[in-house]
Design a protein around this ligand. Structure first.
Ligand code: GUN
Length: 300
């Protein structure tokens, strides 16, 4: 009998490896006269998830030898004030990378704020120039989560060429850029990509033909075992908090995939937590280091 062995794609292991590489590169950079990379993070309001994400990004800056500045604003600030703050950071030569934590309050246009970030400091890779360059395969900052997923597939040497990759979710942050990266002529990449979203018909029929499923829908345990072909690779981007009276906090984090029932079927799967979330941070930190190096080239 053939026994399939499922392997966890371990965000703790891979992110530790990449963080060591970054630390080494920062050291080398500073030894050669470069200054510490400096990330500015903007947090508007006090959404608990956003607080946690930004807190983790700032903590990682410290761990990797980067400087960081956290700018916090009340949720009722105006769009024009926020844009003027972004412009101030654009013009501050001590800042290498700017990230504006999303989502923003409803009265502020995320597009307008992102468009105000100088493309040379767009370490989240959300600016139209960054996304346009990515689409064309030109060197640029890749959006942090898709970048992190590519780093993970690369680490495990998963050859995705010719695979059918089904991406569920069409956000600007994850689903849409992921379709570009997985289909381009690279390794990982070279996949045949299908993008699914809330209006997709026969979702299950499609996912059952997937060699890789990338779930980025933001709905707890949405991808169930009956949607998954045995041997498939599962990348779970979801971070959803659900009630759990057995926990002291009364809740716990789950992904967009029903991990307990799907995992036994797969060849590889990312857990939540300790999966893709940690890789997003690696993508952001690699972009920030790149921004610092490019700034030196530009400014001298
Ligand atoms: N909100 C959810 N994911 C992200 C991310 O990667 N970057 C920012 N800035 N906001 C987010």
């Amino acid at each position: 009998m053939y026994l399939r062995v499922m392997q966890i794609l371990d965000g703790v292991l891979v992110s530790a490896h990449i963080k060591e590489q970054i630390k080494h590169e920062v050291n080398e950079w500073q030894t050669n006269g470069g200054k510490k990379p400096h990330l500015a993070a903007i947090l508007v309001g006090n959404n608990p998830a956003s607080e946690a994400y930004v807190g983790s990004k700032v903590k990682h800056c410290e761990e990797l030898g980067f400087d960081s500045t956290l700018l916090r604003f009340e949720k009722d600030i105006t769009e024009s004030f926020l844009i003027s703050e972004v412009e101030r950071l654009n013009n501050d030569d001590t800042i290498d990378g700017i990230l504006v934590q999303l989502p923003l309050p409803g009265h502020i246009s995320g597009d307008s704020v992102i468009n105000a970030i100088s493309p040379g400091k767009d370490v989240d890779g959300f600016h139209p120039i960054s996304l346009g360059k990515m689409l064309l395969g030109q060197p640029t900052f890749l959006p942090a989560t898709p970048y992190g997923i590519m780093l993970m597939l690369e680490y495990y040497k998963i050859d995705t060429a010719g695979m059918h990759c089904v991406i569920i979710g069409r956000s600007n942050i994850v689903g849409t850029p992921m379709t570009i990266l997985m289909s381009r002529a690279s390794n990982p990449g070279n996949a045949t990509v299908t993008m699914c979203h809330s209006k997709t018909k026969n979702l299950k029929e499609i996912t059952l033909t997937a060699d890789i499923i990338i779930a980025a829908i933001g709905r707890p345990k949405y991808v169930t075992a009956d949607m998954v072909k045995p041997g498939a690779i599962i990348i779970d981007v979801g971070i959803n908090r659900i009630d759990d009276p057995t926990k002291k906090s009364g809740s716990r984090l789950v992904g967009d995939v029903d991990f307990d029932n799907v995992a036994p079927l797969c060849s590889y799967i990312t857990p939540v937590p300790k999966g893709v979330g940690l890789m997003t941070i690696c993508g952001l930190m690699k972009n920030t280091l790149l921004a610092a190096k490019q700034a030196k080239e530009l400014i001298g």
